[in-house]
Design a protein around this ligand. Structure first.
Ligand code: UDX
Length: 440
């Protein structure tokens, strides 16, 4: 099938490449000429395991290309919308400028297709009600609108796109349009559906809500365990054992119960805020007041890490050298959007400490974008003569650090393990003062 993907950021670039991998003929459209050139040369504009090889193979194989010109999307049967919906400058609501512009720019290029209806398929995370609004706009063209949210995690983007836990179609209200649209998307995802991936159909609003509900639940799970960590800290209990114990109950499950410096990234923080803002507009803000608390608990973990660092340094940051291991919001990613690690590093530097930060993937990007930051090549360089080390992103390189070797280079062997990934006994045995999150 001939497919276009509008927006070649994280979501769009991976989606376009995976659609080519499924055997489709794909064009990715993006307004950023630099990004389009890079993608056309088979190079990923971000760090994502397994993505580079796939992109290069599909671009060289001729099934995938990228363009800045919407006219190149002409003739495709399916047009995916995968542009960003960041938090708006003024408040918590999602900024819909890019989605609206993408749809408006695409409409003149929507043509009748001989093999069935042409589809405009929304993938971006949007406030509930967006699909209905866009459907009215698309209505004058030969296309139907479908909402098909994406659940990919950074670091697992290819795997999550090709073998998702489920596929959801938010379909038009008209039964004939719904059936015909559904059949076209079934053809797009044929090999995935044949492999047994569950597929659910719904109305627009449900499909839109599935995405934000899932992210809200995940954020709530993390803040729940971080709240338990606060209780553990007040009582001398161990949150890692507590999480393992409650996780054995399969109604709760073991995943997303890792206490630490909390969630960040381009999705969870902004999605729960946009969801609260939308609930307010719909007059049901009280239904989501708990998300305000989820957000507050999350932010409090960052403040708590800064306060602990301050205490361990004897009540002052000035004149102190602090090593920060991690800048990305999670390992296997160079994404620093709303990163707890970077936020904590900034706060400590802002209060007068000399902060040396290192990150295997985000380091070079950080050095370029933040000339005010001292970026080291690795953990040993960052920790040289440090009065305190903070591990804030759980890269394998940091989890595997030898405490005895690292102890050789620091001025004072004290570490805050903001992700609870080190073995406290091993680090203490090597002479370190170890502080985890919610662990005695
Ligand atoms: C998330 C959702 O998982 C994904 O389904 C959605 O499509 C986009 O948002 P992502 O932002 O890539 O994906 O990262 P995720 O793995 O969910 O982690 C989010 C944040 O939560 C990270 O900062 C991570 O460190 C933190 N986290 C995760 C915890 O603090 N504890 C946990 O137990 C799990």
């Amino acid at each position: 099938m001939h497919i276009s993907v509008i927006g070649c950021g994280y979501l769009g670039a991976v989606h376009a490449t995976c659609m080519a991998e499924l055997g489709h003929d794909v064009v990715g459209i993006d307004v950023d000429a630099g990004k389009v050139d890079l993608l056309n040369s088979g190079k990923a504009p971000f760090h994502e395991p397994g993505f580079d090889e796939l992109l290069e193979r599909q671009v060289n194989g001729g099934r995938l290309r990228f363009s800045t010109d919407y006219a190149d999307a002409r003739g495709a049967q399916v047009h995916f919308i995968a542009v960003g919906t960041p938090q708006s400058e003024e408040g918590y609501a999602a900024d819909m400028t890019y989605v609206d512009a993408a749809v408006a720019d695409l409409i003149p290029h929507l043509l009748e297709h001989p093999d069935g209806p042409t589809l405009v398929v929304g993938k971006s995370t949007v406030p509930v009600g967006t699909a209905a609004r866009l459907a009215a706009q698309v209505g004058g063209s030969p296309a139907h609108l479908v909402w098909n949210p994406e659940f990919l995690r950074e670091g697992f983007a290819v795997q999550d796109t090709l073998t998702p836990d489920r596929i959801i179609y938010g379909l038009p209200g008209d039964p004939d349009a719904a059936e015909a649209s559904s059949a076209v998307l079934d053809a797009v995802y044929a090999s995935m559906l044949a492999a047994g991936i569950p597929r659910l159909t719904a109305d627009y609003a449900t499909a839109e809500l599935v995405k934000v509900a899932a992210n809200s639940f995940l954020a709530t799970k993390i803040s729940f365990i971080n709240a338990m960590a606060e209780l553990c800290e007040a009582t001398g209990a161990d949150v890692t054992v507590l999480a393992e114990a409650i996780g054995h109950d399969d109604r709760i499950g073991p995943k997303f119960l890792r206490a630490g410096v909390g969630f960040g990234g381009g999705c969870l923080p902004k999605d729960i805020r946009a969801f609260m803002a939308r609930a307010g507009e719909l007059g049901v803000d009280q239904a989501l007041t708990f998300l305000r608390e989820v957000d507050t608990i999350n932010t409090r973990r960052r403040t708590a890490a800064v306060e602990l660092a301050h205490r361990l340094l004897g009540g002052t940051f000035s004149g102190k050298r602090v090593a920060v291991l991690g800048a990305a919001f999670k390992p296997d990613s160079d994404d620093m959007r709303n990163s707890p690690a970077l936020d904590i590093a900034n706060a400590i530097a802002g209060q007068g400490a000399r902060v040396i930060i290192t990150d295997p993937a985000a380091g070079p990007k950080l050095a370029k974008s933040r000339p005010d930051m001292e970026v080291a090549a690795d953990a040993f360089e960052a920790a040289r003569d440090a009065d305190l080390v903070l591990l804030l992103t759980e890269w394998r390189q940091f989890r595997d650090l030898d405490p005895a070797e690292l102890r050789e280079v620091v001025a004072s062997p004290q570490i805050i393990d903001g992700r609870n990934v080190l073995d406290p006994a091993a680090w203490r045995a090597a002479g370190w003062t170890y502080h985890g999150v919610g662990r005695p």
